[in-house]
Design a protein around this ligand. Structure first.
Ligand SMILES: [Zn+2]
Length: 422
């Protein structure tokens, strides 16, 4: 509920209840299979690879012979025949739906190639990451992951609650021998109510993020804690003889801490992005060239630690679920150097200066000032974006950028003084 005041001074009450929508989430967890389960998992990877390569080869040969090849249905029928033959009867030991799914993937890859959207499908290699898909009937209960052919369930570390109905699951094995499951869930989601608030955020190294209204999100302290542990564990590992039992034990310990760092980092990113999307209808931030910055050796470690790229991705899809706006501003816009009060630009500002005073005497906190500028610029861009769409659609309006009534879009124009920038 809220009130927007029209320019004529008439107040209207409104209730916007966004419609429930279907959203998809992915959850990834590490599996701890028993020796027996590892064998069965490896059989799945092997059979999937076999089926994919066998039918890819078949298509290639058919195509070379006559410029056309079997489609999914013809190949699925051929797969059934293949299982009946004695020399390939081991295909029956694995989940049949997973095998069919491999054929579907092959079909999609083929279609994409012929539409010019992708390269020609490549044969699957044992040395790369091994995967197979469980399209249906997977379950998660009491710390175990259940799928067809895995009746006992595989032990799994669930560090995030899985919301919604479990759909497709992808099981994988890394080249280092770890097993993971990626769970895709489908959820009927009620988008959050509008808040009427907007913010700019400055992503930094000292604090993880600072908002234009002065909220500071710290870097996760647990990550730091585990990092110290990791350094110690790696030092121990370096003193062991490679291949020995104690080396293997220490290697596993190190890998475990690595996993904890990743999980705690991700949890932090989820919490911060959730909070921001809950509180604000519009969030402005810099369009960061994370890849380019990681190339700078001085900043690389800090930036990959801060995981800005992942954070922005989280923010974007959560915004999408909740009908929030994310506005990215040009990365070259001088958000730190410009005084947010008067617009004076400080050419001498370097990374170490945390607080400065502008020519007109405004005392500025570096990150807060940047966040406020980012919001100003973000609102400007958002407003322009709307005007451009409007002009394009109704060309007879010419270049009257403000042909649109302000109240038609309260966020962009700050109707009723709700969006004034401090
Ligand atoms: Zn100033």
């Amino acid at each position: 509920m809220g009130t927007f005041t029209k320019s004529a001074g008439v107040s209207i009450n409104y209730t916007i209840l966004a419609q429930v929508k279907t959203i998809y989430r992915t959850f990834q967890f590490e599996l701890q299979p028993t020796q027996e389960q590892k064998v069965l998992l490896d059989k799945h990877f092997g059979c999937i690879r076999y089926v994919f390569n066998h039918f890819l080869n078949e298509r290639k040969e058919q195509y070379q012979a006559g410029n056309k090849s079997d489609n999914y249905y013809a190949q699925a029928a051929a797969l059934t025949e293949l299982k009946k033959q004695e020399e390939t009867s081991w295909l029956k030991e694995v989940n049949s739906q997973s095998l069919q799914f491999a054929l579907r993937c092959l079909d999609t890859a083929y279609v994409n190639f012929f539409r010019g959207n992708a390269k020609f499908p490549r044969f699957k290699s044992r040395k790369k990451k091994n995967t197979f898909t469980v399209p249906q009937f997977a379950k998660l209960r009491d710390g175990r992951f259940y799928a067809p052919k895995f009746k006992e369930g595989i032990k799994v570390t669930v560090h995030r609650e899985v919301k919604g109905e479990i759909g497709k699951c992808i099981l994988s094995k890394t080249p280092t021998g770890k097993y993971f499951v990626s769970i895709l869930s489908e959820e009927q989601y009620q988008p959050k109510e509008k808040t009427g608030a907007v913010c700019g955020i400055d992503l930094g190294l000292k604090d993880f993020a600072v908002t234009s209204d002065g909220i500071r999100f710290k870097n996760n302290k647990y990550t730091k804690h585990y990092e110290r542990k990791l350094a110690k564990a790696q030092e121990h590992l370096s003193r062991k003889t490679k291949g020995s039992n104690s080396f293997e034990k220490q290697r596993r310990k190190t890998a475990l801490i690595h996993g904890k760092i990743t999980n705690s980092r991700m949890d932090n990113l989820h919490q911060v992005s959730h909070k921001l999307v809950s509180d604000f209808d519009l969030i402005a931030l810099e369009d960061l060239d994370v890849k380019g910055m990681v190339k700078n050796p001085k900043l690389a470690k800090h930036i990959s630690d801060a995981s800005w790229g992942t954070f922005v991705r989280f923010l974007e899809y959560k915004a999408d679920w909740n009908d929030r706006q994310i506005v990215k501003i040009n990365r070259w816009y001088p958000s730190s150097k410009t005084c947010c009060e008067c617009g004076w630009i400080n050419q001498d500002l370097n990374l170490s200066i945390r607080e400065w005073t502008c020519k007109n005497g405004h005392v500025l906190d570096r990150d807060l000032n940047a966040a406020k500028n980012i919001l100003k610029e973000g609102l400007k861009i958002y407003g322009q974006g709307l005007s451009i769409t409007r002009v394009e659609r109704k060309s007879d309006f010419g270049n009257k950028a403000h042909a649109m009534k302000p109240e038609a879009h309260p966020i962009a124009f700050g109707v009723g003084g709700q969006f004034t920038i401090a």
